[in-house]
Design a protein around this ligand. Structure first.
Ligand SMILES: Nc1nc2c(ncn2[C@@H]2O[C@H](COP(=O)(O)OP(=O)(O)OP(=O)(O)O)[C@@H](O)[C@H]2O)c(=O)[nH]1
Ligand SMILES: [Mg+2]
Length: 317
């Protein structure tokens, strides 16, 4: 079934947990290679198992270190875990991400851990589309937890947060700035706020300041609960954070909010996918005659836009 050649053979091994098939599936989907639509169609009925968690925060707050600590803790609790490191600036696997990988060497040979970096500048179809598709592939591969680390640069993090069910925003003494995070809209998308580097004596003050500024915007009842102190260095608080993640997952499930989140994600992705298709058509020669029609005053821009939507795609998909 499907396209001739080897890519159609990826689906079953991917669903069976084959890690080579997983790596190749991610490459296929990222590069929009032949058969990528078939693959995504094939995994569609198998989605929804993984808890999708975004991890963000200013450079140097300890995102990668905390991710590594969460991986270790999750493995000790028998959970399988995938890490997707999204770097919007690097056209290839940059130095920082390489460093992130090195910290994961403890888990080499462990089938329950999978680490992948995504250089999203090269990703066709835009960052959120690429991230959403990659998360689907990882979900279909059967992981309990998927952590997506982003660089804390603003819009990218917000986009990735929209692809996540739970978003952690990290702070740390001496690095990062709560006010900056407020400005970039990250505070609004956070579900849990993490003050990392709790081994540093200044961490408690960062926590208190954070609770103080959050209380201006957030309902006060569970605020203290949603601010978590961790040290990726000595591991303190990491178990507590994982417990909170598991509790939130259970709560999302039982309240029905998880389904609503999925619908919200799908609405965004559908919009993006439709926009991509329209953009593709605008690159095609059919657009030239429409442009001519607008130039000569025969059509308005808005009429021409509707014409594009009516254009037959020639059975391309
Ligand atoms: N004392 C202390 N240092 C930490 C802790 N977590 C991380 N660090 C240190 O902080 C520095 C930055 O850690 P990373 O994990 O690379 O931070 P990051 O947020 O991933 O950084 P970028 O990916 O560059 O944005 C490193 O030198 C870490 O060793 C912690 O809990 N306590
Ligand atoms: Mg990092």
């Amino acid at each position: 079934m499907g396209t001739p050649g080897h890519d159609s053979d990826l689906l079953q091994p991917l669903l069976d947990g084959d890690r080579r098939a997983l790596a190749r599936s991610l490459t296929l989907v990222e590069s929009r290679g032949p058969g990528f639509r078939n693959l995504l169609r094939g995994i569609a009925p198998r989605l929804g198992r993984a808890h999708r968690v975004g991890v963000t925060g200013a450079p140097g707050v300890g995102k990668s270190s905390l991710v590594a600590a969460l991986v270790a803790t999750a493995r000790n609790n028998g959970m399988s875990i995938a890490v997707l490191a999204v770097d919007p600036t690097s056209p290839f696997t940059g130095g920082a991400l390489l460093g992130d990988r090195v910290r994961m060497t403890d888990h080499v040979g462990d089938e329950g851990v999978f680490v992948r970096s995504m250089a999203s500048r090269g990703a066709l179809g835009g960052l959120s589309t690429a991230t959403g598709d990659a998360l689907d592939v990882l979900d279909a591969a059967g992981f309990d937890l998927i952590l997506t680390e982003t660089v804390g640069a603003g819009q990218v993090d917000v986009e990735v947060a929209h692809e996540s069910e739970t978003t952690l925003v990290l702070f740390a003494p001496g690095a990062g700035d709560a006010i900056q995070a407020m400005k970039s809209g990250l505070m609004e998308v956070a579900d849990l706020w993490v003050v990392n580097k709790a081994d540093d004596v200044r961490a408690e003050k960062v926590r208190a300041d954070l609770v103080g500024s959050l209380s201006l915007h957030e309902p006060p009842d569970d605020l203290e609960e949603r601010v978590v102190l961790t040290s990726a260095k000595d591991g303190s608080g990491v178990g507590d954070l994982l417990e909170k993640l598991c509790a939130r997952r259970a709560e999302l499930e039982s309240s029905g909010a998880r389904g609503d989140l999925a619908r919200g994600r799908i609405r965004r992705r559908l919009t993006a996918a439709a926009r991509d298709l329209v953009s593709e058509r605008l690159l095609g020669s059919a657009a030239d005659s429409l442009i001519d029609a607008v130039v000569t005053g025969e059509r308005s821009v808005h009429d021409a836009a509707e014409d594009i939507l009516r254009t037959d795609d020639g059975g391309r998909s």
